[in-house]
Ligand binder design. Structure first.
Ligand code: ASP
Length: 431
């Protein structure tokens, strides 16, 4: 069975397993949920273990291969432009739908009291501490961490990326034997990271099973009911962005088949969905984009690590929709100026938040502060957060991969999305 079919089956089995077990279920005295957690965590840890060495070596070796300074500047500018504009489109879709559907107003009344289950908000506020930058100045500060090792250990990738960009930039021009040795070493390091990634990917079905089973056991589906409208609004907006806007871009700008790219990305998308972490999914994203979508290493290794860290379409959309939903539920009427401020803040904070589960929540508290609502108001959306986190993370990864395809095509790469999937699936290395 092909790997993406295995992962899909694992998601269904995980869902079923989570549905029939509860947090108290024990088999032979062992709590089943602990077993699910163990399997899921082992898989995620294995992927996370790769993120720091993979990001650094990918960016540095990507830069070495990018060529002249002018090419680099051009690719960099296009990447930033693409990421900013697609995130903005995502936010505007969220803004439009949340204003049209008004999920925070039920039968003409603000839904605050109906939704009053903000019980353990304090715990959550504590938990989300340190999940990334909320404010603009903090993002700038993250870019130049005083201690690189600590930044990497804390999962603050922005500093690591800036450092790797600088390192790669100067390594390109380092002449003589030291330059050659170091360049070869980085290339070799990167290749080894890719091989380890492929080994870990083979365990994806098992990992995904554990992650989904644990989530379904904990959250269940009943939790969704009171927030159904909000849930539906976010889902519809994510759907529009991922399945209408992005495919249009692939079709029109890259002149390739969106469906073919979707098929190619399915293992990474399912892992993003199950893990709710685009950082942990990065090794898979890199593998799928290069081996299955045919994007060159040069483009992929520059565009994707950056994308996983700064480009989060689903997150940006969610931040905007969630903040306006909460304002509606509290009966606030938001002026045009305020909505503009929300859009801007969602755009900036989506760059700064970490690519880990529930990271959006910290950005939402920042936006709530701007609206003038207490951070505790976030309690209203906690119940649905995990499931929506899974969906928005998949959209985040999808957005990065579409960026890689478009930028590769704009750089004149002909091989992108050309090999038929059937042929790829026959190859041994294919995911
Ligand atoms: N979990 C998301 C990600 O890793 C970030 C978020 O929206 O919370 O991409």
């Amino acid at each position: 069975m092909k790997l993406h079919h295995q992962i899909f089956l694992a998601m269904i089995l995980g869902g079923l397993a989570g549905w029939v077990t509860s947090e108290d279920t024990r088999i032979l005295g062992i709590a089943v949920i602990e077993a699910y957690d163990l399997i899921g965590t082992l898989f995620i840890n294995a992927l996370k273990m790769l993120v720091v060495p993979l990001i650094t070596t990918a960016i540095i070796s990507g830069l070495i291969n990018v060529g002249q300074g002018k090419n680099l500047g051009r690719l960099g500018a296009k990447t930033v432009l693409f990421y900013m504009s697609t995130s903005l489109i995502a936010i505007l879709i969220g803004l439009l739908l949340v204003n049209l559907i008004t999920p925070g107003i039920i039968d003409g009344e603000p839904a605050r009291d109906l939704l009053g289950f903000a019980a353990n908000t304090q715990d959550v506020l504590q938990k989300i501490e340190g999940r990334g930058a909320g404010e603009f100045t903090q993002i700038l500060l993250q870019m130049l961490p005083p201690n690189l090792v600590q930044a990497a250990a804390d999962g603050q990738m922005l500093g690591l990326i800036v450092f790797s960009l600088l390192f790669g930039f100067f390594l390109r021009t380092l002449a003589g034997a030291p330059g050659d040795t170091l360049r070869n070493m980085v290339e070799g390091f990167y290749e080894v990271m890719v091989s380890i990634t492929m080994l870990i990917i083979r365990f994806a079905p098992l990992g995904v099973f554990g992650l989904i089973a644990a989530t379904v056991t904990r959250t269940g589906l009943d939790a969704l009911e009171p927030l159904l409208w909000f849930f539906f609004t976010v889902l519809a907006a994510l759907f529009l962005h991922a399945f209408v806007v992005m495919p249009l871009l692939i079709r029109v700008l890259a002149q390739r088949s969106p469906w073919r790219h979707f098929q190619a990305m399915s293992p990474a998308l399912m892992t993003a969905f199950s893990s709710a972490s685009s950082a942990a999914t990065l090794p898979l994203t890199m593998d799928c984009v290069q081996k299955r979508s045919g994007v060159s290493k040069r483009t992929a290794s520059f565009v994707l690590p950056l994308g996983a860290t700064v480009n989060m379409d689903g997150t940006a959309l969610y931040e905007c929709a969630a903040a306006i939903f909460i304002a509606q539920a509290y009966g606030l009427d938001l002026s045009f100026g305020m909505q503009f401020a929300i859009v801007f803040t969602a755009l900036i904070t989506s760059i700064g938040v970490a690519s880990i589960p529930a990271a959006s929540l910290v950005a939402i508290t920042v936006i709530l502060g701007i609206i003038g609502l207490p951070a505790e108001a976030i309690g209203l959306i906690l119940v649905t957060d995990r499931i929506l986190d899974m969906c928005r993370t998949a959209v985040n990864v999808w957005g990065d991969s579409v960026g890689a395809v478009l930028l590769a095509r704009s750089e004149g790469e002909e091989n992108v999305l050309q090999t038929p999937m059937r042929q790829l699936d026959g190859q041994r290395h294919a995911v």
